[in-house]
Design a protein around this ligand. Structure first.
Ligand code: GDP
Ligand code: IMO
Ligand code: MG
Length: 425
């Protein structure tokens, strides 16, 4: 069966973009299934760095068709700019990009609402990317959203947009007490973007199902990570979609029957951007060194990422929900700087030792990570190209994580470049 789902099994930024790019030569189609331009997926080719936000990370390959699925929320100004940039860098999207006609649009008003909400929350803010993701999904669920198909007819779009802009301005001014957005100048810009995107708008559900029926290989690219999932993450400090593999079926319109492989992407340590619990966070010099060595700054917002040791209960929770068939372990090279490496195996809570991160934040706030310590390997890993070249202590670390996760680690990544990727068996 032809569908592989690739999913982040922590709080995002696990290196999904790099691994999607690495797997793309074997794929006919790469399809994003949820999230929007809150994602920042980095691909490095021969030292050149590309950060993809709404475009699937297979877009840099000539023979791959990129699909933006119905479950994605699309900032049409952002996507137009992203296409312009990628073309400026010499990559073509012509004939190899499809945008689902059912995908909901992120409009400038959504971003304004997102920012107004965050500001009103004050110290309780979620720390969103400010891209309007939550507002766009909320409007979708409230059945007021505009979709890509609405861009096909300018008059129809303009009428729906004006109605929506009026509603948002009421909320912005009357509820949040902030300035209204001038709708008309934005409309011109949106229509221009809509005209540029309209050649790509298609029935991607039929396309994907035809590809599957023809035995083509499809890679479903998740954004964010399972611990940011609106149902399974550290709610309310989550994103507003389902990054977990179930989201691939609803976000692309394909049956779970066709999914035969689920690759979990796991960083060798833990990072998180924005607010919310992170039991293994290192709010000290060690965390600062990890951030510097790992270049842990947001690919979308540039914010410093919070860093900490590998969190077993959090990752196990993500794996419990995802049913991964294999793991790709990324950024192992970053841990080379440490003499000792700590691994959180469990949490101690008032009701005893637990193996899975609690869903209830009131319980999670009392959870204390239980660590074990392993010796560091003290050698750079970035030039390693085969499993036998790893120092024994690094192999021991990989084996211990594999044991704690209960899923085989089949690929290990030791640097941002495509070539720094090692198949373990
Ligand atoms: P994504 O959102 O999951 O695609 O991840 P991001 O692109 O936001 O963040 C991952 C960062 O780590 C990017 O800067 C990548 O270039 C980089 N990266 C990916 N894999 C590795 C690795 O194995 N080692 C190192 N040092 N960097 C990596
Ligand atoms: P990729 O795909 C890491 C976080 C934000 C915030 C929360 C909600 O690159 O892994 P949102 O803007 O989605 O409403 O913000 O989710 N967040 C991410 N963190 N990687 C991402 O994407 C993220 N996308 C959103 O920081 O805490
Ligand atoms: Mg990212």
């Amino acid at each position: 069966m032809p569908v592989t789902v690739l999913v982040g099994c922590q709080w995002g930024d696990e290196g999904k973009g790099k691994i999607v790019d690495y797997l793309s030569p074997k794929m006919d189609v790469v399809a994003r299934y949820q999230g929007g331009n809150n994602a920042g997926h980095t691909v490095v080719i021969n030292g050149d760095k590309y950060v993809l936000h709404t475009l699937p990370s297979g877009i840099l390959h000539q023979g791959v068709v990129s699909v933006i699925g119905n479950g994605v929320v699309v900032d049409i100004r952002g996507l137009t700019e992203e296409i312009r940039e990628i073309e400026h860098n010499g990559f073509s999207v012509e004939g190899k990009l499809l945008l689902s006609e059912q995908a909901h649009l992120i409009l400038p008003q959504h971003a304004a609402l997102d920012r107004a909400r965050e500001q009103a929350l004050g110290s309780a803010r979620i720390g969103t990317t400010g891209k309007g993701i939550g507002s766009a999904y909320a409007e979708k669920m409230a059945r007021r959203g505009l979709r890509a198909c609405d861009l096909r007819n300018k008059d129809h779009f303009a009428a729906r947009y004006r109605e929506f802009a009026q509603y948002c301005n009421d909320v912005l001014t009357k509820f949040f007490g902030v300035e209204a957005l001038e709708a008309e100048p934005l409309l011109e810009e949106l229509l221009a973007c809509g005209a540029k995107l309209s050649p790509y708008i298609a029935d991607t559900v039929t396309y994907l199902n035809q590809q599957i029926a023809a035995g083509k290989t499809v890679l479903a690219e998740g954004a964010q990570g399972v611990l940011l999932d609106v149902d399974f993450g550290t709610y309310p400090f989550v994103t507003s979609s389902n990054p977990s593999p179930g989201g691939a079926c609803t976000g692309l319109g394909i049956s779970p029957r066709y999914v035969d492989n689920i690759i979990g992407i796991v960083k060798a340590y833990t990072t998180r951007v924005g607010s919310g619990p992170m039991p293994t966070e290192l709010d000290n010099e060690v965390g600062v060194r990890m951030r510097q060595e790992g270049g842990e700054f947001g690919a979308t917002t540039g914010r410093p990422r919070r860093c900490g040791w590998f969190d077993g209960p959090a990752t196990r929770r993500a794996l419990q929900i995802s049913g991964c068939t294999e793991i790709t372990l990324t950024k192992l090279d970053v841990l080379s700087i440490f003499d000792e490496i700590h691994i959180c195996t469990h949490y101690d809570t008032p009701s005893g030792r637990v193996e899975f991160m609690p869903f209830d934040l009131e319980q999670l706030k009392h959870a204390k990570p239980v660590y074990e310590t392993m010796p560091g390997w003290g050698l750079e890993l970035s030039e390693i190209r085969a499993p036998r070249e790893f120092p024994e202590k690094a192999l021991n670390y990989i084996a211990r994580l594999e044991q704690l996760m209960g899923v085989p680690i089949k690929i290990v990544s030791v640097g941002p470049d495509r070539r720094q990727t090692i198949r373990m068996s």
